[in-house]
Design a protein around this ligand. Structure first.
Ligand code: G4F
Length: 323
């Protein structure tokens, strides 16, 4: 009999990648989708369940009916800038949605439950690299909401002896990232400039992040819940740090643009046209940065390590993302 898995947030980047990964492993896959978020979502091999993670009775009934072997809880509002504009909605979805699932699995014999934590829970670290026991002091409503989900997952793991695994994932990118995330915004913006000559805008390009390739991170989620010696918390990251400006410079180089920074813009030296302007209005009220994650615990416990490093990541994304 095939193992049954539920992926919440199956229409998001990680949900799509994880469902592709688990299809190869012959799982019976169920994916929870909030239609309001993704009306047209279908994927071959995925049984789509429509519903809102905040709907307590729906979540309880789905978990009781299908008796999943594994649940990967990836559903959340994950746009950090949006969380500053709509904190109440973000708390509601990210915290109450997680609680609904945690309460539902208490009544089942699930083999494993994965909670999608994030580097944003660390806030603005003062030292690097960060390990799993680095102080968690989030600086965005999104980070606060994820920390509440993370602590709730830890609490349920301890109090009820549940098989709950928490990933603490640093930025991880793929062709499935929408344009409200900076990697896709930069690649599409530069490609559009080449086609049309139209510039685009960015916010704070000095922010320091640890970027990896998302397909390797969903493999890490699977390996964590299957091969970790006991349910625990694990950082998945690259242990490298790069600024948004470095990412932009790499993309501009791949596009063959000879660049020059003047005041608040990046210019194409050949045409003398601006390619990017930097706008204070796109800065966040608080910038969460200085990220660099130490993935040693994941490597030691279940052999996970990233193989795609910064320059290769940018090149792959540049090739994979179309305008
Ligand atoms: O691509 P971003 O929007 O990702 P961010 O905020 O780091 O969050 C992502 O990674 C987290 C860690 O895994 C996740 F928890 C979260 O859910 C999400 O997946 O922004 C990256 C950086 C930020 O420092 C931002 O201030 O780029 C900077 N930035 C500069 N200009 C911009 C822009 N970000 C966006 N989205 N758009 C800009 O114009």
């Amino acid at each position: 009999m095939k193992a049954k898995v539920l992926i919440t947030g199956v229409s998001g980047q990680d949900g799509k990648l994880l469902s592709e990964f688990l299809l190869e492993k012959d799982y019976e896959i169920y994916g929870l989708v909030r239609r309001i978020a993704d009306r047209k979502f279908t994927k071959e091999g995925v049984n789509v369940i429509e519903g809102d993670i905040r709907d307590t009775s729906l979540i309880e009934s789905i978990v009781a009916k299908y008796k999943f072997d594994e649940i990967y809880h990836l559903a959340s509002i994950s746009d950090v800038a949006y969380s500053f504009e709509h904190p109440a909605e973000v708390y509601d979805v990210n915290i109450n949605g997680t609680l609904n699932l945690l309460n539902a699995i208490r009544k089942t014999n699930i083999a494993s439950f994965y909670f999608a934590g994030t580097s944003e829970m660390f806030g603005k670290p003062t030292t690097k690299p960060q390990t799993e026991d680095y102080p968690m002091e989030p600086v965005s409503p999104y980070g606060v909401s994820k920390l509440a989900g993370y602590w709730s997952s830890n609490l349920y793991r301890q109090a009820y002896n549940l098989p709950i695994y928490c990933g603490i994932l640093y930025n991880h990118e793929s062709k499935y990232r929408p344009e409200n995330f900076v990697t896709t915004k930069i690649i599409k913006g530069v490609k559009r400039y080449i086609k049309t000559g139209v510039k685009f805008s960015l916010g704070n390009i000095m922010a320091l992040k640890d970027w990896g390739y998302a397909p390797e991170y969903v493999r890490g989620m699977y390996e964590m819940v299957h091969n970790a010696p006991t349910p625990s918390d694990y950082i998945l990251a690259t242990n490298e740090q790069h600024s948004v400006k470095e990412f932009l410079d790499e993309v501009v180089k791949l596009a063959g643009i000879d660049r020059m920074y003047v005041d608040e813009s990046l210019y194409d030296v050949t045409t003398n046209f601006p390619v990017v302007t930097f706008e204070k209005s796109l800065y966040r009220p608080n910038e969460a940065d200085n990220y660099m994650g130490e993935y040693y615990k994941a490597f030691k416990d279940f052999g996970w390590k990233p193989t795609i490093r910064f320059k290769e990541l940018v090149r792959k994304l540049y090739e994979e993302i179309e305008v």
